[in-house]
Design a protein around this ligand. Structure first.
Ligand code: FE
Length: 226
């Protein structure tokens, strides 16, 4: 399998490129508009044909490259069916599979960070978007975020996956690249709560700043960055 974890410096976003092998079909998760040229170069270098692009949710901190990638490669755009983005061509449901030749990726509805957040599971690779981060969790204070929903998505869905599942989030601000479900259960400070109420209390008292370009980014992302 070809698996590349790409990093956007400005927004600390991780983008993932997946394909079975050279010369085959490829899929990209959470592309960043400014980096589309780099993705195209990488796809050419690996002789890959981009067929699908997934956004885990409507991002607030960067503009998605989905629409631009579609223009260039004719790939299909995919999001979970709770997305407010009408332009999305394939809206997947909870538990639905996305096929990439012999690879299968399961969509998991994991609302809380936003009401449209999905995570994607390929074998033991979990792409958690901003639902579960390394040593953190996605904030729940905008875009219909809800910390009760987030608790449910994290504790009753993602943390039920086997401990050895690799965790690949959409962001990291401290240079961490990968973790596992087992590690996060033990070490993630946000997960050391004993009830949903305790989690809600924790999330309600984070006092985070509003992301600087959220209004612009969300407006662009509703149109997949076009
Ligand atoms: Fe986000």
């Amino acid at each position: 399998m070809i698996f590349k974890q790409l990093f956007d410096q400005k927004s600390s976003t991780y983008t993932y490129l997946i394909a079975s092998s050279k010369g085959r079909e490829a899929l990209i998760i959470d592309p960043v508009l400014e980096n589309v040229k780099d993705y195209i170069i990488l796809l050419k270098k690996l002789d890959l044909r981009l067929v699908k692009v997934i956004d885990t949710h409507i991002h607030a901190d960067h503009v998605t490259g989905a629409s631009k990638l579609k223009d260039i490669t004719k790939c299909s755009t995919i999001m979970g069916d709770h997305t407010p983005a009408d332009a999305v061509e394939i809206k997947v449901k909870d538990d639905e599979y996305i096929n990439l030749e012999n690879l299968k990726i399961k969509a998991m509805y994991t609302p809380g960070h936003t009401s449209d957040s999905y995570s994607f599971l390929m074998d033991n690779y979990l792409f958690s978007g901003d639902t579960l981060l390394i040593n953190g969790t996605g904030r729940t204070d905008f875009q219909n975020g809800d910390s009760k929903d987030a608790y449910n998505s994290i504790f009753n869905k993602l943390l039920k996956l086997p401990d050895e599942t690799f965790l690949y989030p959409a962001h990291d601000y401290k240079g961490e690249k990968v973790s596992t479900i087992g590690k996060e259960k033990k070490q993630n400070p946000r997960l050391q709560v004993s009830s949903v109420d305790e989690y809600v209390e924790l999330m309600n008292n984070l006092n985070l700043k509003k992301p600087t370009e959220i209004d612009f980014n969300v407006a662009k992302n509703i149109n997949l960055g076009a």
